[in-house]
Design a protein around this ligand. Sequence first.
Ligand SMILES: Nc1ncnc2c1ncn2[C@@H]1O[C@H](COP(=O)(O)OP(=O)(O)OP(=O)(O)O)[C@@H](O)[C@H]1O
Ligand SMILES: [Mg+2]
Length: 287
Amino acid sequence: MELIVKGHSGYQIDIVREGNDLYVYKRCSDADKATRLMRQAAKQEQATTHRHTGFQTPHILAAEQNGDNASIKMEYIYSRNFMEYFESAGFEQIDYFIHTLIRYIEEELALSPLQTIDTRIVTDKFSSVEKTVNTNPHIRKDERLANIMEKSKRLLTGINEWKMPIGICHGDLTFSNILFTANTYYLIDFLDSFIESPLLDIVKLRQDSAHIWSAKLYTKPYDPIRLGIICQKIDSELDTYFQRYDWYKGYYRPLQVLNLLRVLQYAKEDAIIDDLETEISKLLYAI
Ligand SMILES: Nc1ncnc2c1ncn2[C@@H]1O[C@H](COP(=O)(O)OP(=O)(O)OP(=O)(O)O)[C@@H](O)[C@H]1O
Ligand SMILES: [Mg+2]
């Protein structure tokens, strides 16, 4: 038996029965993606060695690269996605989920000492995003975009010191990369991050809780009001909790702007582009 699950990043995901067991194969045939997939496998396997309360990671059983082709084989987790979970979860379950997320980030923080990073890591990333935005034919080069780029640049280049916890991060900690079972949560789809900081994981989580990103890519029907209530609860609790850290207070907003610009640079659909520009503007004009 072979089932194909559609991902958004251009990887082919197959669920395959071998004997009595199910496995997931994630494959690609593109040089950049192949390299990324191999690093993902290494990071995911590495994560199974960190003890995280409440989160587990499917084991990688094989990882192979052959030129542009790569594939990884991992345990299949019989699970629900975030939307299915949120649709049926009571507030107590959402509370437990939020506390488990906070504990996960705290466990990453315990392995990530405060360090000052080279400001060019951020400014170079902005310059590369700016270039891609300017050459993306789907993005209208209007005044709104010019204002966004100008204001973002000022925000990011105006910070003279970037001092934050550096060490561990998932790299793409969106709700769509969490699988929900009755007893635990599983993390998949690890990614190298341009800054290996737990702060980047908070940015990715709030990409979903504050900017409702994964829901925009969700293709089945769902209750937007219920999702809105749950996301607002998750978002305000995460934000309130992390306000205790100076690096969060100082860098969350600029890094979320940069994160949404990174999503925008590859966007192709008008509705998504418009939405991203609206979300970035909200952050840029927040007092
Ligand atoms: N180990 C697993 N067990 C069960 N389902 C899985 C597993 N790995 C992946 N999936 C399913 O495949 C989907 C896509 O997986 P993954 O996030 O790794 O790929 P992706 O191409 O990066 O997708 P996206 O861009 O949508 O995040 C998951 O949302 C999940 O439904
Ligand atoms: Mg994914």
